[in-house]
Design a protein around this ligand. Structure first.
Ligand code: GUN
Length: 302
């Protein structure tokens, strides 16, 4: 039976720690940390993510600024809003919820955020810092996974890791963070041949492919630690599940893999809550910098 890696529990512990850092720094800083969250359009899944993020802010004493823009907003209009937020001294972090509508130039949008206010660690400058091993805000999902592995005492030095998925949000930065921890990393993707042969050799398998339940017991060995980044809503045709017409699943067939692998993250309650907590870590880290406070969170920024 696999060990369950409880992201929800660790995420709450990190939030407690952040709350106490904020309480301690508040008088010297003269203001609370501020996070601006921009949502463009009405994608319901993005709506859920954004409200999770703003609720977590309120709980720990981060002031959140929710900005809802019209689906038809132009790239220039969004950049103009970001420029105002760059100049706003109450704001330490800016996040643009992805994906953006297809007519928007996402790359230009992410580049318009001041690198020192990049709560998501997705600005080209900050991704460059990660590549070079220099400090800076880190992409939230992979940073959250690194924190979860560390707190579960999963040693990475000398291991073989396979990351399935090469997105800029997860797969690419994940590969760099694992490599920085001295793992030997392969990044697989939709054109990779004989995936199960590759993944069977992995000590750590991170699945961020965006394909519901694509990884099963044939992909893992008894030594594999499986990190499931996927989260999908599956319609329930017959009955209500937990009062809902949908149930959630990841990119992994959890029950199958649970009976075979060394450890696994659940969906929900694994990677998702860690992403939110790392967003808060990036924001509080930027606040400490903007307000001349000592940095106290370096151990959480891989
Ligand atoms: N959409 C899904 N996950 C994320 C995330 O971590 N950051 C942003 N900005 N958008 C997302």
């Amino acid at each position: 039976m696999a060990k369950i890696l409880d992201g929800k529990k660790l995420a709450l512990e990190i939030q407690q720690r952040l709350k106490s850092e904020i309480d301690q720094g508040l008088i010297k800083a003269g203001r609370a940390p501020g996070l601006a969250v921009i949502r463009v359009g009405n994608d319901p899944a993005s709506g859920v993510y954004v409200s999770n993020k703003t609720r977590a802010c309120e709980k720990i004493g981060v002031k959140s600024f929710s900005i809802q823009l019209d689906e038809k907003s132009s790239t220039e209009e969004i950049i103009s809003k970001i420029t105002d937020l760059n100049d706003d001294l109450r704001i330490d972090g800016i996040l643009v919820q992805l994906p953006l509508p297809s007519h928007i130039n996402s790359s230009k949008i992410l580049k318009s955020i001041l690198p020192t206010k990049d709560a998501d660690g997705l600005h080209a400058y900050n991704l460059g810092s990660l590549l070079k091993g220099e400090p800076g805000p880190r992409s939230c999902t992979p940073a959250g996974i690194m924190a979860l592995l560390a707190s579960s005492n999963i040693e990475l030095d000398g291991t073989r890791a396979v990351v399935v998925g090469r997105s800029i949000l997860v797969g690419k930065p994940m590969g760099l963070m694992l490599q920085a921890a001295n793992s030997t990393v392969t990044v697989a993707h939709s054109h990779t041949k004989d995936l199960s042969k590759l993944t069977n050799e992995a000590d750590v398998l991170v699945v961020a492919a965006g394909k519901p339940q694509m990884i099963g017991k044939e992909h893992v060995s008894e030594n594999t630690v499986v990190i499931d980044v996927g989260i999908h809503r599956i319609p329930q045709e017959k009955a209500l599940v937990n009062g809902s017409l949908y149930s959630l699943c990841g990119d992994v067939r959890t029950e199958e893999v649970f009976s075979k692998a060394r450890a696994i993250t659940p969906v929900p309650g694994g990677v998702g809550p860690m992403t939110v907590s790392m967003l808060l870590v990036n924001t509080v880290f930027r606040w400490q910098d903007h307000c001349g406070l000592p940095f106290t969170l370096a151990d959480l920024l891989p």
